[in-house]
Design a protein around this ligand. Structure first.
Ligand code: CA
Length: 232
C-alpha cells in the first residue's frame, strides 16, 4: 500500500490544533484536508472520500457524534475520535457508534500519527485478506477459493489440490508471468524433493481440464524460456 496516496480528513474547529495535526500527518506522508465544522466535513467527504477521518467530538454546527453517525450511514471509513477529558461519556458512546480509535486532549501529535498508522495498517490487512479469498470469474471459467470448485462452461471440473493452487495463483494475477521456480515456491513451498518438471506436468493436466483445446491453450499460456501466465 502506498501510504503517500492516503488522504486524511481532519475535522477540528480549533485552528492551532488543526494546524499541528495537519503538519504531523503531512510529515508522515499523508495528504491532508481540514474541515472546521461538521457541515464542511460532510461537503468534503462527499466530494472526495478520504481514507481516514480524524474527528474532534466538540464541533459547531453538526457535532462530532452526529457526524460519526452520518459517516457510518454512508461509509465504513476509519474514524479516530479526538475528545477532551470531560467528554468521557461521549467518548465511550463514540466508540460504540463506530469510531475505530480515540485520543484524549491534550494529546501528542506523534501519538496520533501512530494511531493513524495502526488503523490504516489494520485496514490494509483486512482488505488483503478479503482480497485473497475472493472468487474469480472469467468468460466460461470460475474459480472459488472457499469451496475450491472450478467450473468450465458451468460444469464442475475435478482438480487436485495442487492443480487448483497453481490455477488460482496464476488467475489471481492475470498476465503476470510466473517462473517454474516461483510456482514451486508459492504452491509447493519450495520443497526440495520436487523438481521443476512437476510444474510442467501440472500445467499439462490443468490444460487438459480447463482448456477447450489443450494443445492450443487460450488461458494457461507458456512464456517460452520464462514460465507461465494466465490470460483472462
Ligand atoms: Ca472542538
Amino acid at each position: 500500500m502506498d501510504m503517500s496516496e492516503k488522504r486524511i480528513l481532519i475535522v477540528e474547529d480549533e485552528p492551532s490544533i488543526a494546524e499541528v495535526v495537519s503538519l504531523y500527518m503531512k510529515r508522515a506522508g499523508y495528504q491532508v484536508q481540514i474541515a472546521v465544522d461538521g457541515r464542511q466535513a460532510m461537503t468534503i467527504f462527499e466530494r472526495q472520500t478520504p481514507d481516514l477521518v480524524i474527528l474532534d467530538l466538540m464541533l459547531p454546527e453538526v457535532d462530532g457524534l452526529a457526524l460519526t453517525r452520518w459517516l457510518r450511514d454512508c461509509s465504513d471509513v476509519p474514524i479516530i475520535m479526538v475528545t477532551a477529558r470531560r467528554e468521557e461519556i461521549d467518548r465511550i458512546t463514540g466508540l460504540e457508534m463506530g469510531a475505530d480509535d480515540y485520543v484524549v486532549k491534550p494529546f501528542s501529535p506523534q501519538e496520533l500519527v501512530s494511531r493513524v498508522r495502526a488503523v490504516i495498517r489494520r485496514l490494509g490487512r483486512e482488505q488483503s485478506e478479503a482480497e485473497s479469498d475472493r472468487s474469480l470469474s472469467f468468460d466460461g471459467l470460475t474459480i472459488d477459493p472457499r469451496t475450491r470448485v472450478v467450473t468450465v462452461k458451468e460444469s464442475e471440473v475435478e482438480l487436485t489440490a495442487k492443480e487448483f493452487d497453481v490455477l488460482y495463483l496464476l488467475a489471481r494475477h492475470p498476465k503476470q508471468v510466473f517462473t517454474r521456480d516461483q510456482l514451486l515456491e508459492r504452491v509447493w513451498g519450495g520443497a526440495e524433493y520436487i523438481d521443476a518438471g512437476t510444474v510442467t506436468v501440472h500445467m499439462r493436466r490443468l490444460r487438459e481440464k480447463i482448456e477447450a483445446e489443450p494443445s492450443k491453450p487460450q488461458r494457461l499460456l507458456t512464456v517460452w524460456g520464462v514460465g507461465y501466465k494466465f490470460e483472462p
